[in-house]
Design a protein around this ligand. Structure first.
Ligand code: ATR
Length: 279
């Protein structure tokens, strides 16, 4: 039951009504027996900084931050945690007795999901990353920090891939079209961060035919649950995962930051899967 003592957290963005974050957060609170609630707040871009100041005024304990606010909230924060500082964007704000800190949990969420789902360490492994948007930036930064051996980035617009490679340190490099087949053959893990294959899009961002059963493909799209790229790779014996696990693991990191406790991942995963299945 929600009472005067219930702690409030949530998600800000615009649009936000279809966000899975409250579903995932509230499933965790129920499983943990926490008197907390998570709500979705529609915040127009022009009001980002006012909304952030409101967190302090209303003692809202934390929010997830989604488009278009990830960069817009930064000037209103008191400090940035290291990953958010490196990336220049926050996907999470914590309010600790009025001190507002920006965090970025996408990268650690990706790494934790890979380790949990495939028992796959990062250090010494070879990665191919397709795409160079915000998700690619978080993932490449986290892989570089975790000691990946090779991070090869392929993007339709090569200039953006160069900007992303800078975040990955000395293991990161930009792939030109001709080098993609060799990189796909040699990789331990291939990640699609582009929007190709989302919704009704039947296209694939690249041809996965060089890949085989010793390799992992992660497509960070979660609608549909199996993208055309995942289906094609799976038909060749590649082990595949969609983006639900990364989504849940990055939310788990946010809950850890806000509450100081490790949430029940299984309850969160079930809630996300049910919501995506329309249940
Ligand atoms: P996010 O922040 O969610 O990661 P984004 O910043 O919109 O997303 O980036 C989308 C990515 O998908 C980009 O890498 C984009 O390539 P460009 O940098 O060349 O724009 C990629 N992308 C989108 N549509 C694509 C398409 N039809 N073919 C190839 N890549 C595409």
């Amino acid at each position: 039951m929600i009472t005067g003592a219930t702690q409030v957290c949530g998600v800000i963005g615009d649009p936000i009504r279809h966000s899975l974050s409250p579903v995932i957060h509230n499933a965790a609170f129920a499983a943990m027996g926490f008197d907390w609630v998570s709500l979705a707040f529609t915040v127009p871009a022009a009001d980002a900084e006012i909304a952030v100041a409101g967190l302090r005024a209303m003692d809202i304990r934390g929010v997830s931050v989604t488009l278009p606010h990830k960069a817009l909230v930064v000037p209103a924060l008191d400090q940035m945690a290291p990953s958010a500082h490196a990336l220049g964007v926050a996907n999470c704000i914590s309010n600790n007795a009025g001190v507002l800190t920006g965090h970025n949990t996408d990268g650690v969420g990706f790494i934790n999901s890979l380790e949990a789902d495939f028992d796959s360490p990062i250090a010494g492994r070879r990665f191919v990353i397709a795409g160079a948007g915000g998700a690619a930036r978080s993932i490449v930064h986290a892989l570089g920090a975790a000691g990946a051996k090779d991070i090869a980035i392929a993007n339709r617009t090569p200039g953006r891939a160069h900007d992303v490679a800078v975040l990955g340190g000395k293991a990161a490099r930009v792939l030109d079209g001709d080098a993609l087949v060799g990189a796909l053959t040699a990789a331990d893990v291939v990640v699609n961060t582009t929007s190709v294959g989302m919704g009704d899009d039947a296209a694939m961002p690249f041809d996965p035919s060089p890949m085989g059963p010793s390799q992992v493909l992660v497509d960070i799209i979660y609608d549909p649950a199996e993208t055309p790229l995942m289906a094609a790779a799976s038909a060749q014996g590649v082990r595949t995962a969609n983006g639900v696990s990364m989504l849940v693991h990055q939310a788990a990191e946010q809950l850890r930051i806000w509450t100081g406790h490790t949430p029940d991942l299984k309850a969160m995963m079930t809630a996300a899967a049910d919501a995506l299945a329309g249940g």
